[in-house]
Ligand binder design. Structure first.
Ligand SMILES: [Mg+2]
Length: 294
């Protein structure tokens, strides 16, 4: 498969998971079924009263990470951070608490390390949320040097989330994305990336009822990996992830990033792709990243 097809698949997979899942965010499965049935379309509404195709912080922060990397690939953190601040100042209606506190602190201190340590302190060590895995896919799509890719995956996580579990999850996820971009096998890639990790090694033995679609990054990544491995196409993967409910937009965005890179842009239903409000931006970012390969 063409690299551009995979690149765009990853970016649009995140956006489609986000836009579809956002309708179900904060609902229990029971509440969601009553109101929406088993949701398979991007219809907006939900807690954030979205328009169909409107995306949330997951996709908007992904665009910030991609833009920062393209501006300064060698040391992208400040460029990424400037975009976080600009987005924060645009008064987005949805922003995760850890990201919000860290960006606010950065505005006062101009120091991301200090900002994320401060948030870790005031939140009593609870900074292993899914706010960095949801935005980190451009790192794996851009860097060809594997160790540079791992470094930047960690560094972008540490800007807002001090906890190592958040950075570890970004590394696992981006390792999978990187390998799929290079045409490696579906199951072997996941097994190898999980390795002997205590947090993820039993994920394929879990029953669906044991999945917890929470904002804790370990729960989120387990849900995404499980849905990807237990479905054979992108549409079913994203629908199953979103319909777990809870932190549905991020669970589906992470599952969508993996499935999109593996199955490619062509596998994403037209009725989803056409609705995404930032589709032109995603397309242009994918093409810019792709052009650096030539
Ligand atoms: Mg969101």
């Amino acid at each position: 498969m063409e690299r551009l097809n995979k690149l765009l698949g990853g970016l649009f997979g995140v956006a489609c998971g986000d836009a579809l899942g956002a309708t179900l965010e904060f609902l229990s499965q029971e509440e969601a079924r009553k109101t929406y049935g088993y949701l398979k379309d991007i219809i907006g509404r939900g807690h954030w009263k979205l328009k169909p195709g409107q995306v949330t912080d997951d996709t908007m922060m992904t665009l910030c990470v991609a833009g920062g990397i393209l501006e300064n690939p060698e040391c992208p953190i400040e460029s990424i951070g400037n975009r976080f601040v600009k987005w924060y100042n645009s008064d987005p209606k949805d922003i995760g608490m850890t990201c919000e506190l860290a960006i606010k602190k950065y505005i006062k201190t101009s120091n991301w390390k200090e900002a994320s340590f401060y948030v870790h302190h005031i939140s009593k060590g609870r900074t292993a949320g899914n706010g960095t895995i949801m935005r980190c896919i451009p790192v794996a799509l851009y860097y060809r040097d594997y160790s540079k890719m791992i470094d930047i995956s960690r560094l972008q996580s540490k800007m807002t989330h001090y906890d190592e579990k958040a950075a570890d999850a970004c590394v696992l996820y981006n390792t999978v994305i990187y390998k799929y971009l290079n045409e490696e096998t579906k199951e072997g890639t996941i097994t190898e990336a999980i390795g002997s990790s205590e947090d993820y090694k039993y994920v394929m033995n879990m029953k669906k009822e044991e999945l917890i679609p929470s904002g804790y990054v370990v729960d989120t990544l387990r849900c995404a990996l499980w849905c990807f491995m237990n479905n054979s196409n992108l549409e079913d993967t994203i629908c199953e992830a979103a319909n777990l409910c809870g932190d549905a937009d991020t669970v589906a965005a992470v599952a969508g990033g993996i499935a999109g890179t593996y199955y490619g842009y062509d596998s994403i239903p037209e009725r989803w792709k056409n609705k995404i409000e930032v589709k032109d931006k995603l397309m242009s970012i994918g093409e810019k990243i792709n052009s650096t390969y030539n």
